[in-house]
Design a protein around this ligand. Structure first.
Ligand SMILES: Nc1ncnc2c1ncn2[C@@H]1O[C@H](COP(=O)(O)OP(=O)(O)OP(=O)(O)O)[C@@H](O)[C@H]1O
Ligand SMILES: [Mg+2]
Length: 170
């Protein structure tokens, strides 16, 4: 068994926005209703860029804007995409006002930007993706599953990225 099979930590390195978008598209081929993707990383790291790729891969038609001012944008597709951005939320109690908990269980895929602001409120089994800025155009996505389902997802995503060329030229 390879060493990476022993751990739930994976990393995906991209060398430009197109690579991060592609990584999101690959993730779209693997997600199932109910999956939760918790995104962290600083301002401008590439969280929205990743979700735009995810949305495209899930068949969302049209522009996928940043939900910063709306807190939640719902995108229709065969499986709906619930795109949260918790940056402007002040307290965890406001999560109830935006139907956060019900939405996570509503049968779609949820992607949550700034999820790391409210770690206690996240479901136990979620895919944590932290985006590190490693250069002007390069990013490292640190991917970790926190439960059985998300560990599977983390491994398949990392395998899919490797099989797709591991980001060469992306
Ligand atoms: N490898 C890369 N992956 C993703 N974005 C990149 C990359 N290289 C450069 N960029 C640029 O970084 C920016 C990422 O913006 P994006 O809105 O996706 O960040 P964000 O993490 O959602 O920020 P915010 O915290 O404001 O929501 C874009 O301007 C994009 O062009
Ligand atoms: Mg964003």
């Amino acid at each position: 068994m390879r060493r990476t099979d022993m751990t739930s930590m994976h990393s995906i390195e991209t060398s430009g926005p197109a690579g991060t978008h592609r990584a999101g598209e690959l993730l779209a081929g693997l997600v199932r209703p109910g999956d939760v993707i918790a995104l962290g990383g600083g301002l401008g790291a590439g969280k929205t860029a990743l979700v735009q790729g995810l949305a495209a891969g899930m068949g969302v038609v049209g522009h996928v804007p940043s939900p910063t001012f709306n807190l939640l944008l719902v995108h229709r597709a065969d499986v709906p995409l619930y795109h949260f951005d918790l940056y402007r939320l002040e307290t965890a109690s406001q999560l109830v006002d935006i139907d956060f908990y019900e939405t996570l269980e509503a049968g779609g895929v949820s992607a949550i930007e700034w999820a790391d602001r409210f770690p206690e409120q996240l479901p136990d089994d979620r895919l944590d993706v932290t985006i590190e800025v490693t250069g002007e155009e390069s990013r490292r996505l640190d991917v970790e599953g926190t439960g059985p389902r998300s560990r599977d997802l983390a491994r398949s995503w990392s395998d899919a990225w490797r099989d797709a060329g591991g980001g060469e030229g992306r």
